[in-house]
Design a protein around this ligand. Structure first.
Ligand SMILES: [Fe+2]
Length: 157
């Protein structure tokens, strides 16, 4: 719960800075940047924090690219801050959401964003390495060392 509150506060008060744009530009090409900047500001902030945490563990350009783009499957969905908070609430209390098409759509987007992100990255020519990390970043367990690092960093931000 503390983690959720931290995430909510970051999302509410996140403002991007030139330093962060420079960080993104260091790792993403123009097509990847276009995709990245279609994310909501709060998701951009989360992804940058995850990527900066990842840099400390493994400063490799493809690894950091995957960290920046790991949630890119959320572009053009209705997974906004309010919906995400509502989903956490309904999942915690096991509330049926069949009454709301909007909530169902948000939940589907949440559940499928890894796959969707991988497909988007494939369509713009990212490497299999990046696609694989993005596709699996919500896996419960893995033997892939880099994926473990990404999941660890994602879970802390
Ligand atoms: Fe994710």
């Amino acid at each position: 719960m503390k983690y959720r509150i931290k995430q909510l506060l970051y999302a509410l008060f996140y403002r991007s800075s030139k330093k962060e744009h420079d960080f993104v530009a260091n790792y993403l090409n123009d097509i990847e940047k276009n995709l990245f900047y279609r994310l909501r500001g709060s998701e951009q902030g989360h992804s940058i924090r995850v990527a900066k945490r990842c840099v400390k563990l493994k400063d490799d350009s493809e690894f950091i690219k995957a960290a920046l783009l790991h949630d890119v499957g959320k572009v053009d969905t209705n997974l906004n801050l309010f919906m995400k908070s509502l989903l956490v609430f309904v999942e915690k209390f096991n509330i049926k959401i069949s009454f709301s098409k909007t909530l169902i759509s948000a939940q589907e987007s949440k559940n499928s964003h890894s796959e969707r992100g991988a497909a988007l990255l494939k369509s713009i020519g990212c490497s299999e390495y990046v696609i694989n990390l993005v596709k699996n970043h919500h896996k419960e367990s893995t033997d892939n060392k880099d994926l473990k690092l990404l999941i660890e960093c994602d879970n802390k931000e």
